[in-house]
Design a protein around this ligand. Structure first.
Ligand code: 5AD
Ligand code: SF4
Length: 441
């Protein structure tokens, strides 16, 4: 198969997109080439997500579409990678014959060998989860980016075992990547012209690695990356509220290039539900963390994740989520209906007993409230001046460019001679709930 072309389609979280860059790097090292055009591919990888049932359904639909391509291209090989690999290997490989080979999130170094075997007509899988694989030495091939912002994966897996969450089962044990390789990768990106990096992990606040000078935690890592250059912006995701320390906030205060934006998933505003979700904090603890962020970093944006209709959630408990949202004035939120996932604690112990219509109604209420809060947050920015890192031409018009401020809000403004990677002072003139519109100051 050497020299043949691979095409990769990615579903799910930023971590999965970051993994796709590692996958392409592994394949290029084995002399495969990469194509952005599916029609040219000899090999199609689908990097999948299991977080909600809907995500899996989308992938399954896609696999059956891809399968029909084989009629025109009998030698086409299709590989299923990522979080669905472990869960569905038997079904997809044997019963449905939808794919030729399967590789789980810790098996990507073996992909060239798996592809070789699949090319010989063998049905192969490698879904073994590792206690130590971090792909630390692999230099990701940056895909579809703008040459300005990139992700760096700093840890893998998760051991928080939130009752609803499939991630600990699909991605395995938590392990941190060696800090030197992270700093090296960040420096290299900066030298290549990148101006923004996002440090990625399921729970970055529990990062820990040993260096010749002793142990380094997430705060220490953040400082080292922020020290690379004041022109390099640093973001990170995702933080767990139980582990967000004042020390981290103090480091953010010290470094203006650590972006003023924290994604802090709350999931629910009710303590009984939080406890049942095994989130290990209360409503009050979460509010205390938000107060700490606002005290240390008054200009910091806060975004969150919310799940509606978890097992046994009452109307009053749902209202606690709404009231917490009002109190927190989140700038942005990702909002979901609870989706029961096989093998999780909740699936084994708690009934999925909230009617679908009720989940839908609660989700609609949460979305409507967030829409109002996002608009209010954006309206407060009208008249202010922000430093914006230009990312690309605006999708709406060739005469505009788009970029983000430190708070991670999307801002569009007249292009003039600005190019991706420029820092521009932009005055905000008007807004929608999703975008700020301004002009260079
Ligand atoms: N159902 C609905 N949403 C979920 N999430 C994780 N698992 C589930 C589930 N079973 C959401 C959480 C998490 C985000 C990445 O996805 O809000 O923070
Ligand atoms: Fe799931 Fe919790 Fe891990 Fe996030 S931190 S992936 S919600 S178990």
């Amino acid at each position: 198969m050497e020299g043949k072309k691979i095409y990769i389609e990615t579903y799910g979280c930023q971590m999965n997109f970051s993994d796709s860059e590692i996958i392409v790097s592994v394949m290029k090292d084995a002399d495969y080439s990469f194509t952005n055009e599916m029609k040219d591919a000899d090999l199609i990888f689908v990097n999948t997500c299991s977080i909600r049932e809907h995500a899996e359904q989308r992938v399954r639909k896609r696999l059956s579409e891809l399968n029909s391509l084989r009629k025109k291209k009998p030698h086409l090989l299709i590989g299923l990678l990522g979080c669905m690999a472990e869960r569905l290997k038997d079904q997809l490989l044997h019963e449905e014959k939808a794919v030729d080979f399967i590789a789980g999130p810790d098996a990507y170094r073996n992909l060239p060998a798996l592809v070789d075997l699949a090319g010989e007509g063998q049905k192969v899988t490698d879904v073994i989860l590792s206690d130590y694989e971090t792909y630390a030495d692999i230099n990701p091939v940056r895909l579809g980016g703008n040459g300005v912002s990139a992700f760096i994966s700093i840890m893998r897996g998760c051991e928080n075992y939130c009752a609803y969450c499939v991630v600990p089962y699909t991605r395995g044990k938590e392990r941190s990547r060696d800090s030197e390789t992270i700093i090296h990768e960040a420096k290299e990106l900066f030298e290549k012209g990148y101006r923004e990096i996002t440090l990625l992990g399921q729970n970055v606040n529990s990062y820990k690695s040993v260096t010749p000078d002793g142990e380094i935690d997430f705060t220490g890592l953040l400082e080292k990356v922020a020290d690379i250059d004041p022109l390099l912006r640093i973001r990170f995701a995702t933080s767990h509220p139980k582990d967000l320390s004042d020390r981290l906030l103090m480091v953010m205060v010290k470094y203006p290039n650590i972006c003023r934006s924290i994604h802090l998933p709350v999931q629910s505003g009710n303590t009984r539900i939080l406890e049942k979700m095994n989130r290990k904090y209360t409503r009050e603890w979460y509010m205390n963390r938000l107060t700490a962020i606002r005290n240390f970093l008054p200009e910091c944006a806060i975004s969150t994740d919310i799940i509606c209709g978890f097992s046994s959630e009452t109307v009053e408990e749902h209202h606690d989520t709404l009231s917490l949202m009002e109190w927190a004035k989140f700038d942005y939120a990702y909002m979901f209906k609870y989706s029961e996932r096989p093998d999780t604690f909740a699936e084994k112990k708690y009934p999925d007993d909230i009617a679908e219509e009720t989940k839908t109604k609660r989700l609609q209420e949460v979305i409507a409230l967030q829409q109002k809060l996002s608009l209010e947050s954006n309206k407060k920015d009208v008249g202010k001046i922000f430093e914006v890192l230009v990312e690309r031409e605006s999708r709406r018009s060739k005469d505009f460019v788009s970029g983000r401020n430190s708070q991670n809000k999307m801002i569009i403004f007249p292009r003039k001679d600005f190019v991706a990677g420029d820092y521009v002072q932009v005055k905000i003139l008007r807004c929608t709930a999703a975008t700020l519109i301004g002009e260079a100051d």
